[in-house]
Design a protein around this ligand. Structure first.
Ligand SMILES: Nc1ncnc2c1ncn2[C@@H]1O[C@H](COP(=O)(O)OP(=O)(O)OP(=O)(O)O)[C@@H](O)[C@H]1O
Ligand SMILES: [Mg+2]
Length: 302
């Protein structure tokens, strides 16, 4: 992982500080299996530097951005870089305080307290991921206010007072513009360092595709051009953001690798993510101008 940081020219002093963090903070064997092994590397020098600085500064971090901008990939990369066990909470309207903090349960006729993910992360130096924090309802927002306070103490009525471990961090992700998402309130927001996840650049996409596939040079360029064209059309409001789906693009290329035609693969991975016929036509047009019908699936790989 340090190699990944060096290859992206991350500030050398930051890398040194990460190495010092690792030297001074070993991992409890019991939680080793909670350190994620990231499925993807996160690419983006500025975002990595901002995120690593936040963690070193003991700040809570909020990652804001549309779908498939690498929010969860970054969370996993950070847990891995700092070798910290991770607890993950996916917020939904029914997330209540008990599922966050813990609850009393019966164990062989005895009442025992079973800690929830926040307490586990807080006491074991873990990184706690608040995924889609803006889906949280008031009950859990109140808990987070207390947990994210600078005093680093969890003091919630009915639970013994707990000091948050020096190594514990809270990292939230937030999507905006979807049905069902709410605005996050200012008091909660002020408890975070906030990173706006940038749109995908040509350079990032080049790295992501190179790491994931061995496309030949010509097709590599075609897929990059396709995605950049889509993104540009969306930024110009000619189409919505529905088809701007890096996750979908990667999945489509995997489908092509399995032998499905390029156009069918892009149809299920990208085009059909919009339900608007007009928009579908625009996206299909871009595909038709870049990829010819004669191109065979196996021809795009090295
Ligand atoms: N900067 C990046 N570096 C590496 N991978 C990226 C980057 N941006 C997007 N991706 C790719 O996007 C895909 C989705 O990533 P991830 O699940 O982290 O997105 P997300 O922002 O959490 O999306 P959602 O809001 O839909 O949950 C992955 O396949 C990942 O490889
Ligand atoms: Mg996500």
């Amino acid at each position: 992982m340090i190699d990944l940081l060096e290859s992206q020219n991350i500030n050398k002093n930051l890398i040194k500080d990460v190495e010092n963090f690792l030297k001074n903070n070993t991992v409890d064997k019991n939680f080793e299996d909670r350190i994620p092994k990231p499925r993807f590397n996160y690419y983006g020098k500025e975002v990595l530097e901002m995120a690593i600085t936040s963690i070193l500064e003991s700040n809570n971090l909020l990652l804001v951005g549309p779908k498939a901008t690498g929010k969860n990939v970054l969370c996993d990369n950070l847990s891995y870089i700092f070798q910290r066990p991770q607890w993950n909470i996916s917020f939904h309207v029914n997330t209540d305080s008990e599922s966050l903090i813990g609850m009393d349960t019966l164990k062989s006729d005895e009442v025992v307290f079973r800690p929830g993910p926040i307490l586990e992360a807080a006491t074991n130096g873990g990184f706690c991921i608040f995924d889609e924090i803006n889906m949280a309802k008031n009950d859990s927002v109140a808990i987070m206010h207390s947990v994210l306070d600078y005093r680093r103490i969890i003091d919630i009525p009915g639970i013994k007072k707990i000091d948050i471990d020096d190594k514990s961090r809270f990292i939230a992700t937030m999507n905006y513009g979807y049905a069902g998402t709410r605005e996050i309130n200012e008091a909660l927001l002020s408890r975070f360092f906030v990173i706006d996840m940038p749109p995908t650049t040509e350079d990032t996409l080049d790295k992501i595709l190179k790491k994931e596939f061995s496309l030949n040079e010509k097709s590599q360029k075609m897929f990059i051009r396709f995605f950049m064209d889509l993104q540009e059309k969306s930024l110009n409001s000619e189409i919505s953001g529905r088809c701007i789906d890096l996750r979908g693009l990667i999945a489509s290329i995997h489908a092509i690798k399995r032998g499905l035609s390029i156009k069918s693969s892009l149809k299920i991975g990208i085009v059909n993510k919009t339900f608007d016929q007009f928009e579908k036509a625009i996206v299909s047009d871009i595909i038709d101008t870049i990829f010819s019908d004669e191109m065979k699936p196996e021809e795009i790989f090295e």
